[in-house]
Design a protein around this ligand. Structure first.
Ligand SMILES: C[S@@+](CC[C@H](N)C(=O)[O-])C[C@H]1O[C@@H](n2cnc3c(N)ncnc32)[C@H](O)[C@@H]1O
Length: 164
């Protein structure tokens, strides 16, 4: 376990400096679930996608605007105006939802400081990736494993100085 979910600082210095190991998409998620001690992970725009169920089980909370997905812990709603309290999630998973700035603002509101954003590109939208890369509240997190479709970011306790 690399860090506790609550009240600890996560930073790159906590990970060994060796070359990250290439793993499958599924294994990458499994490693995150195992090594980052995530108690609650939010998947906005989940639709029917169940890929988080195996690694994270009942820790997953899903939200989608359109449909009754039949997913466990599902909330129907909009990610730019979600019903969740602030800083309740340890991690957020974004895949093929193409979040805009307003949507991302609410998503990050729900994420605790030092929580992580996992961005996954499968085959559709990744226009939100540059927003994450340039976001003053986020920092790219080096992880000992990598997969070309997956990036992880840490939410800073205080935004970087270039915030407007
Ligand atoms: C392309 S699908 C991707 C579904 C799933 N993430 C995946 O990768 O299989 C995008 C989903 O995001 C949902 N969505 C888009 N904008 C949303 C918003 N502002 N609030 C909630 N859901 C949204 C859509 O209803 C749709 O189900």
């Amino acid at each position: 376990m690399l860090f506790e979910a609550k009240g600890s600082n996560v930073d790159e210095n906590m990970f060994s400096k060796g070359e990250p190991k290439h793993v499958t998409h599924r294994e990458f998620l499994r490693r995150i679930a195992r090594e980052l001690s995530i108690a609650r992970i939010y998947y906005p725009g989940s639709c029917h996608d169940r890929q988080l169920e195996k690694p994270f089980g009942k820790k997953v909370v899903t939200l989608d605007k359109d449909m009754e997905t039949g997913m466990p812990n599902f909330v129907q709603g909009r990610m730019e105006n979600s019903p969740f309290l602030s800083e309740v999630f340890d991690a957020v998973f974004l895949q093929d939802v193409g979040a805009n700035e307003g949507e991302l603002t609410d998503v990050l509101r729900t994420l605790r400081p030092n929580g992580i954003v996992i961005h996954s590109y499968s085959d559709c939208c990744d226009e939100d990736l540059p927003l994450l890369e340039d976001h003053p509240q986020l920092m790219f997190l080096e992880f000992p494993y990598y997969h070309e479709d997956l990036s992880i970011f840490r939410k800073l306790e205080a935004p970087t100085q270039n915030q407007k």
